[in-house]
Design a protein around this ligand. Structure first.
Ligand code: NAP
Length: 253
């Protein structure tokens, strides 16, 4: 029956950057659907651990700075030695730097590109190699943005990285679909997390953004639970290379 296709009981999901925000919301959503979670964080993730374990699911907490790719092999090894397999990867960890394009520094370019795009690619590659070794197929879900479609303002490296995420989601999907690996992305709209704290405290920007969102509210981490469970489950087996906007209608305006 169709609802069984959404069941993720005992699947193993790696979620990067799940100590807070959208990553925490998606980790809890996946655990509610049955997953055990491998959380990859540079900060303490004990709040997420408590939320996952209270659902009766296991949580393996790993610490890594995803600004470089040195620690990726150890992440895969730890996940496989704890659970024996990996089924799902959510590349969520991401950062943003704001400054006028005319003044933007090389450091703000590289820092953002490294976490948001370089690590997303090499983490996906490492997990896809594991899926192929397991002969299991698997699900990769990248976190894109409205700036995968639009130019934005004062966030050049973020726009470059998130536009790149949309592109490599398609590329990886094209190369790995025949291995039963689904690569898709979620493009959140304007969501109430640390990432948008500056925008929400600027009264004028906050008002401008709210007026443009047909749903007339900021998104919440819980709004990503349904989409991530869908893309992580058998229910989406023929969805490949797609970036799903979850934006309260922002792009429809
Ligand atoms: P957030 O609350 O700032 O969370 C970002 C997460 O990424 C945190 O867990 C953070 O860990 C982690 N992270 C950042 N740099 C890292 C690094 N070098 N190594 C390991 N972890 C790192 O923001 P969010 O809004 O939930 O963002 C989650 C994702 O959604 C990002 O990819 C973001 O670009 C994307 N997104 C957000 C929005 C929005 O409106 N909020 C819209 C579109 C897309 P720390 O806590 O240790 O920094």
């Amino acid at each position: 029956m169709i609802l069984n296709a959404f069941d993720l009981h005992d699947k193993v999901a790696i979620v990067t950057g799940c100590n807070t925000g959208l990553g925490q919301g998606m980790a809890v959503g996946l655990a509610q659907a049955g997953c055990h979670i491998v959380g990859v964080n540079r900060s303490d993730a004990s709040e997420t651990r408590t939320l996952i374990e209270s659902l009766g699911r296991r949580f393996l907490g790993l610490r890594a700075d995803l600004g470089n790719t040195d620690e990726l092999p150890a992440i895969i090894d730890s996940a496989v030695s704890e659970f024996g397999r990996i089924d799902i990867l959510v590349n969520n960890a991401g950062i943003i730097r704001r400054n006028d394009a005319i003044d933007f520094s090389a450091k703000d370019w590289d820092d953002v590109m490294n976490v948001n795009l370089r690590t997303t690619f090499f983490m996906s590659q490492a997990v896809a190699r594991q899926f192929i070794a397991q002969r299991s197929g698997g699900k990769i879900i990248n976190i894109a943005s409205m700036l995968s479609y639009q130019g934005g303002i004062r966030v050049p490296s973020y726009t470059a990285s998130k536009s790149g995420v949309l592109g490599i989601t398609r590329l990886m999907a094209n190369e790995w679909a025949h291995e039963n690996i689904n690569v898709n992305a979620i493009a959140p709209g304007y969501m109430a997390t640390n990432n948008t704290q500056d925008l929400r405290t600027d009264e004028q920007r906050n008002q401008e953004i709210l007026e443009r969102i047909p749903a007339a509210r900021w998104g919440q981490p819980d709004d990503l639970m349904g989409p991530v469970v869908f893309l992580a489950s058998r229910a989406s087996d023929y969805v490949s290379g797609h970036t799903l906007a979850v934006d309260g209608g922002w792009l429809a305006r």
